[in-house]
Design a protein around this ligand. Structure first.
Ligand code: ZN
Length: 88
């Protein structure tokens, strides 16, 4: 099985994509909200703002990034923050 290596944009670790997944080379990309501290055209510091970016991300970073949890089935989902897990 041939593997393609992709580097996580956050931690720099390698993301291995198997042949099975390489049919869709974008499957490691995730669109996430990020807080930018610079203007994206000239790099000038600005008030922080949210931008949705499609980035290469490993599973470990994806789990760190995600604080929103859900329980549910058949379209009936309940969403909650990780701080509320102890209350369930
Ligand atoms: Zn990573």
């Amino acid at each position: 099985m041939t593997k393609t290596s992709i580097i996580c944009d956050i931690c720099g670790n390698e993301i291995s994509v198997s042949d099975k997944n390489s049919a869709n080379p974008q499957n490691h990309k995730v669109t996430v909200p990020v807080i930018f501290h610079t203007n994206q055209e000239d790099g000038r510091p600005v008030e922080p703002y949210v931008s949705f970016e499609s980035i290469d991300i490993c599973n470990e970073c994806l789990m760190r990034l995600t604080n929103l949890h859900a329980d549910g089935c058949q379209g009936y989902n309940e969403y909650f923050w990780d701080t509320e897990i102890d209350k369930i």
